[in-house]
Design a binder for this molecule. Structure first.
Ligand SMILES: [Zn+2]
Length: 487
């Protein structure tokens, strides 16, 4: 099987290319993603003197969204002066290798934690895309012949060389007339809310919440308060919900006990970064308290394991992002029988593992990765359980499971769903509506405009209403490709 050739996006016609390079006469904020969806975070600050992209994420889920990953980027990547990343999750960072391959040659600014995690996540994303394309070509089920990766591991390795780490709470110039400050967002290691100060004629401050964590993340410290700003962009993944932590943890515990009693396997599709750590933390807690039986726990994801090493390092080095009380408490991520599967053979060997056992594998919404092979093997058996511990976007297999699908299409075939499916949304590392409002309230004064992004329509609209009703602030939910003036 020859390695699929890297795809270079079709060059746009000259007139379109000229328009893509044209600079505006007033500073603009353009919404190139994360509108009516939780994926594809991309916000462009376009001023007469500079162009800075805040987040550069992949679109995931619905086909109409994923197709945007393959479309010509709305502005010429070579015309972008800098990219600022809020955190390392792929829906915020996963388009960087494509942007770089297609001409972006500026710096990528992010916190040290984000740089460390991106060095794992982005090449892994390229590698998975190459593997998926090769698998589709081998099995002949792709509509595209040959199936191509959006970018390769090599593209990603080149892209990560452009990183420039910036410490938290430090003002850094990223382009002419633009300074950035990262503040802890408590969502994953390295995650930040980003303040951008514009000095182009008038002075304006924008704050991007990034993905906002919860006040009680078991490992990370809570998000820093919101600083003064003229314009605030706030995420709304759970803008229409209140998490029920106690109830959720009880559901998690009972599902494991039930499955163990019927000697089944608990399968947990998990985002490799952070969610795996949170799950392991709770498994250890519950096992120690005798609330669940001691079971073998497989972590089957090289990326999740590489990430785990970075979290462990942050703990031993006493990172200021990590909760103090954990720093001398031993390894909080080992529930007792932790088995780390890195190599493909180790992953395949898990297929022969009888229950009871727990398997944690990526990706979190079952859109790809090793979890697919485990789902194919375990879904047809009623004694097994799939625990959904994160947000499941529209159009993903995770969402189909959540909505009660009786069969799921994977790797070209339909697989019967007879396993139990349990939703545990409070394991989310996203703030719920009450927590988002509390965070906004920490602002020293109301911003002129609050823009609600990173949510499906119902969630964004619910947060919109809550902001207007509870805070009395002016707010709006922008549309895809909308632009607003910043002067
Ligand atoms: Zn995230």
């Amino acid at each position: 099987m020859p390695k699929p050739r890297a795809l270079r996006h079709k060059q746009p016609p000259a007139a379109v290319a000229a328009k893509a390079r044209k600079r505006p006469t007033v500073p603009l904020l353009r919404f190139l993603g994360a509108t009516q969806t939780v994926t594809g975070s991309r916000f462009l600050i376009d001023t007469p003197g500079a162009r800075v992209l805040v987040d550069c994420g992949l679109f995931q889920g619905l086909k109409a969204l994923r197709e945007r990953n393959w479309a010509t980027f709305p502005v010429d990547p070579a015309s972008i002066d800098a990219v600022v990343l809020t955190h390392a999750h792929l829906d915020h960072s996963g388009y960087v290798p494509a942007l770089t391959r297609n001409g972006f040659s500026g710096r990528l600014y992010a916190t040290e934690g984000t740089v460390a995690l991106s060095r794992i996540v982005l090449p892994d994303s390229g590698h998975i895309q190459e593997e998926d394309a090769a698998y589709a070509n081998r099995k002949g089920f792709s509509k595209h012949v040959p199936a191509l990766p959006l970018y390769t591991e090599e593209d990603a390795l080149r892209a990560v060389q452009r990183f420039a780490p910036v410490p938290y709470d430090t003002r850094q110039e990223v382009a002419t007339g633009m300074h950035v400050t990262f503040r802890p967002a408590g969502h994953i290691l390295g995650s930040a809310s980003v303040a951008i100060e514009l000095d182009v004629g008038s002075k304006r401050t924008l704050i991007f919440s990034g993905d906002l964590g919860r006040p009680h993340h078991p490992i990370l410290r809570p998000p820093a308060p919101l600083a003064a700003a003229d314009v605030v962009l706030v995420e709304s993944t759970y803008g229409d919900r209140q998490h029920e932590d106690v109830e959720s943890l009880r559901r998690f515990e009972q599902a494991i006990v039930r499955t163990a009693e019927r000697r089944g396997v608990v399968l947990i599709p998990s985002f490799a970064v952070d969610r795996t750590e949170v799950i392991l933390f709770h498994l250890r807690d519950l096992t120690r308290a005798g609330r669940i039986p001691a079971l073998p726990v497989y972590v089957d994801s090289p990326m999740a394991l590489a990430t785990l090493a970075i979290y462990r390092r942050a703990l031993t080095e006493g990172s200021p992002e990590v909760r103090h009380e954990l720093q001398d408490a031993g390894d909080p991520f080992d529930p007792g029988q932790l088995i780390e599967a890195r190599r493909v053979e180790e992953s395949i060997a898990i297929n022969d593992q009888p229950g009871p056992a727990i398997i944690i594998s990526a990706s979190g919404m079952a859109t790809g990765g090793r979890i697919l092979h485990h789902l194919m093997r375990r879904l047809p058996e009623p004694r097994n359980t799939v625990l959904l511990v994160g947000f499941q976007a529209e159009g993903t297999r995770g969402r189909s499971l959540l909505e009660g699908a009786r069969a799921l299409k994977m790797l070209g075939r339909y697989i019967a769903v007879r396993a139990e499916v349990v939703d545990v949304p409070a394991f989310s590392v996203h703030a719920d509506q009450r927590e988002l409002i509390s965070w906004l309230k920490t602002a020293p004064h109301p911003p002129e405009m609050t823009l609600i992004v990173h949510g499906e329509t119902a969630a964004s609209e619910a947060l919109h209403e809550a902001i207007e009703r509870q805070l009395g602030w002016t707010a709006a939910v922008p549309n895809y490709m909308e632009q607003v003036r910043l002067d």
